[in-house]
Design a protein around this ligand. Structure first.
Ligand code: FAD
Length: 363
């Protein structure tokens, strides 16, 4: 989990305090307006946690309190425990009232009425009814404990204000590591090369897709692992590229073409640094499906699979304004829809449809 701090949530008291002082100076110029109501303010009350008005019979106190970061704790709990996480909002409801009332008590006043001001970046926040209800129930419970009535409130939707700008989603496949580094994050996505040959259209030769269950045993440098300087120094890696492993994957398309794969090898750079994977795929296909050995090759290509350190993609928020969805390895076409949905839900602050723990970038 990302560590939470005031600073990381955008709360900077050096900047805030300057604004607060400017407000106090401007507000002080309105004091003369109290005279028309035959009340006054006690000397020195400006800058205290609560504002006091002095009437001939009594003091009246007023506070306005905003709590803008505790929800991040509740959201973190929600993502860790989707089933029970909404409970965190109940506690935040109580806590919010407690913080308001605490400010009031500093001037010796007793709470009589509390109002809720719940600003959201988007009305979609309320779509998670369990979470919204937990917050409301917690706020009511806080009022009950403080002996004050919940008198009303305001729920502004501040699109683009509470959540300013956009979130950048880093989804650059095998190129994600270098981009993440630019933002100060280490994301161990390593490129694993694969080769494919496309055999020209011909009569039916395969009734099923054929996949070998396991890849051949790897030699260092292992696909998905690091290529070390020693790997370059010894053997033929520098000249011939890292050695491939193979598992035949072959199927015939409706137009009669046949797709022949699959190889995996650690990759040093983007270009076709070694054709050994292509040769190995062809050899296996010829040996196991001899009927296509004489067919013409229509095309060949190579691509980089983005391998994570443990085979699962990294999906989550890296920073304020930066999220990631990368590292899908050999199955990103199959899994892309699900991981894309999860990334969107995390970025939008919605309840994730599945447990995010296995995909957390900091796991
Ligand atoms: C030979 C081969 C066979 C495969 N077979 C299968 C299969 O059968 N089934 C399966 O599920 N998966 C398969 N895969 C894996 C699948 O292709 C990947 O898992 C999937 O493409 C990863 O999706 P992605 O969106 O995370 O990354 P990518 O598809 O790699 O997309 C990343 C994109 O980011 C772009 N990009 C990079 N840098 C920048 C930048 N600086 N600015 C802007 N854009 C940038 C890239 O151009 C690319 O378009 C295969 C892969 C290979 C190579």
């Amino acid at each position: 989990m990302q560590p939470l701090s005031y600073q990381s949530t955008g709360v900077n008291y050096d900047v805030l305090d300057k604004f607060k002082l400017a407000c106090q100076r401007a507000a002080g110029k309105t004091v003369d307006l109290l005279a028309a109501h035959e009340v006054s303010e006690p000397a020195g009350i400006r800058g205290e946690s609560a504002y006091l008005i002095e009437t001939p019979e009594e003091y009246l106190a007023h506070v306005e309190e905003g709590l803008g970061t505790k929800n991040l704790v509740a959201d973190a709990l929600l993502s860790l425990h989707p089933a029970r996480g909404a409970d965190g909002y109940f506690n935040i409801g109580i806590d919010t009232v407690a913080a308001i009332v605490n400010d009031l008590l500093t001037v010796g006043a007793l709470p009589m009425v509390v109002a809720m001001h719940a600003a959201v970046g988007s009305a979609t926040w309320f779509e998670n009814e369990k979470r919204a209800k937990a917050l409301a129930d917690g706020f009511a419970e806080g009022c009950r404990r403080a002996g004050a009535v919940w008198g009303g409130g305001e729920t502004p939707t501040l699109s683009g204000v509470v959540e300013p700008g956009t979130v950048v989603l880093l989804a650059a496949g095998a190129w994600s590591r270098a981009l993440a580094r630019m933002a100060g994050h280490e994301l161990p996505v390593r490129p694993v090369r694969g080769w494919i040959a496309l055999v020209a259209p011909g009569p039916p030769v395969l009734r099923h897709a054929v996949y070998e269950a396991e890849y051949t045993a790897p030699e260092p440098p292992v696909p998905g692992g690091p290529v070390t300087l020693a790997d370059l120094a010894e053997g033929t890696v520098a000249e011939a590229g890292p050695p491939p492993v193979h598992a035949l994957g072959i199927h015939q398309n409706a137009d009669g073409t046949v797709v022949v794969g699959a190889s995996r090898s650690a990759a040093l750079h983007e270009g076709a640094e070694s054709l050994a994977g292509l040769r190995g795929n062809a050899r296996r296909a010829c040996a196991m499906v001899p009927g296509i050995a004489d067919r013409e090759v229509a095309a060949t290509w190579t691509g980089l699979r983005p391998f994570s350190h443990d085979g699962l993609p990294y999906i989550g928020v890296l920073d304020d304004g930066l999220a990631v969805c990368a590292g899908h390895g050999a199955e990103g076409i199959l899994t892309g829809a699900g991981s894309g949905r999860l990334a969107a839900e995390l970025v939008l602050g919605r309840e994730p449809y599945t447990d995010v723990t296995p995909f957390r970038p900091d796991r």
